[in-house]
Design a protein around this ligand. Structure first.
Ligand code: HAM
Length: 420
């Protein structure tokens, strides 16, 4: 019979078998990033992965690549347009409006899978995970600092090298529009030289031309007007102030050509890029989106946010050796004598920092020890018929050659377990 395969761009991750170790890295990242978020007193928000398709048309934008060609959408049994979320911000604002919480401030975080029908390549998938932060209800100023502080904390926590936080300011909605018009006027005479993709961008979403990968367009753009000429001095001051205040912690660069792929941004925007990532070098991005809440039918709620692409971030980190100790529990008394299992159960409650791997199969001691070594265990605890009879256990150090193997009473085993 034909085998059914996974869908293009959607990964199966398995901690033990996947060579990139992506499942283990994602787990580690999610845990650490969650702790950082909690350290900023952010509150978790979980929204459904399915939404009304119109939510994304109205927020991310009908002209954006995401809505235009990347959205996973279908009609449900009631003929209602449903979309798998391509990002988290729109859902967060929808939820806040629905709960009538759009008149107060919020500091929120979320994590979870997103879907975009993109051409898969290294660092670009059709299902990927984001960890996001949204600070709602506070106008430009301190939230920008908090956002960059969170980004710097994450970069520092994982000791990332070779990365830069690029920042820019798109001005007010009006500044953005004036700049857009100037850019269109500038590019008009060069239309013949633009490729199909850039021509489409010029027609539908001119700012995105600044994101072009085409060398010829990049050359043309060297002479193009810059957003710097259209924004107020307060915007430029904010960029300088952020750069001055954080440049001793992270590498921050003002990049007046930085634009974002989603329509809802105005004001401060940013992206973190790493030279270690190849073509998809942006592992995190965000910015201010003060008009989004009103656009979705809510109150005026000035807001800023960002999301980290966890798969891309995972490529930048090395998993350290187990920080916690791993102990393999090897019972060789037939198929795991219940009395031996009970000892393992008691051990777990004595030291939460230890991972206790009970080998459940009926294999030989030799095979179990081989597996314990392969798993990089620190100790093996061995209980066979003899030990069960005498109420003892064997503690076998697997990493430290200077430590001796010991036979101890079960009480001493408990004390040992507490002490490691
Ligand atoms: P975004 O720039 O579209 O922003 O996505 C954020 C991050 O998600 C990117 O920097 C990238 O690391 C990752 N990412 C995006 N697409 C893919 C893909 N196909 N495969 C793997 N990783 C991907 C947003 O989504 C905004 N909602 C961020 C935000 C929150 N702005 C304000 N609040």
């Amino acid at each position: 019979m034909d085998k059914i395969k996974s869908l293009t761009g959607m990964l199966d991750l398995y901690d033990d078998g996947d060579k990139t170790n992506l499942a283990a890295k994602l787990f580690y990242l999610e845990k650490k990033i969650r702790d950082i978020f909690l350290g900023y007193k952010l509150n978790e928000i979980r929204t459904p992965i399915l939404e009304d398709t119109n939510l994304f048309i109205r927020s991310v934008g009908g002209a954006s690549d995401i809505v235009n060609k990347e959205i996973y959408s279908f009609n449900d049994r009631n003929d209602k347009g449903i979309a798998l979320r391509p990002e988290g911000t729109a859902s967060v604002i929808r939820a806040i409006i629905e709960k009538k919480l759009d008149q107060t401030n919020h500091k929120l975080w979320y994590m979870g899978p997103m879907w975009r029908y993109e051409r898969p390549q290294k660092g670009r998938y059709r299902q990927f995970n984001q960890a996001g932060v949204e600070i709602l209800g506070i106008p430009e100023g301190m939230p920008e600092f908090e956002m960059i502080s969170i980004v710097c904390s994450i970069i520092s926590e994982f000791k990332l090298q070779n990365c830069t936080i690029k920042i820019n300011h798109l001005g007010t909605q009006k500044n953005k529009e004036s700049f857009c018009n100037a850019l269109v006027k500038f590019l008009e005479p060069f239309k013949e030289s633009l490729d199909e993709k850039d021509l489409q961008r010029l027609k539908k979403n001119p700012l995105r031309v600044l994101d072009t990968k085409n060398n010829e367009t990049q050359n043309i753009l060297r002479e193009a007007p810059s957003i710097k000429e259209f924004i107020d001095s307060s915007a430029i001051n904010l960029l300088n102030s952020i750069q001055n205040n954080f440049s001793d912690i992270c590498n921050i660069e003002i990049d007046y050509s930085l634009v974002r792929g989603l329509d809802y941004y105005s004001g401060f925007v940013f992206e973190a890029v790493s030279s270690e990532l190849g073509a998809q070098d942006s592992f995190l991005g965000g910015g201010r989106y003060d008009q989004l809440c009103v656009k979705l039918g809510g109150k005026d709620l000035p807001s800023i946010g960002m999301a980290i692409g966890l798969e891309r971030f995972a490529e930048l980190i090395e998993l350290k050796d187990n920080l916690v100790k791993l102990v393999s529990f090897l019972s060789v008394t037939g198929n795991l004598e219940p009395k031996a299992y009970k000892i393992a159960h008691q051990l777990r409650s004595l030291n939460e920092d230890i991972i206790l791997d009970v080998h459940l199969s009926d294999s030989s001691l030799k095979a179990k020890l081989r597996k314990a070594n392969k798993n990089n265990a620190d100790y093996a605890i061995i209980i066979g018929d003899e030990e069960l009879k005498n109420n003892t256990a064997v503690i076998k150090p697997l990493k430290n050659e200077l430590e001796e193997q010991l036979t101890v009473s079960i009480d001493d085993l408990y004390s040992f377990f507490k002490s490691i």
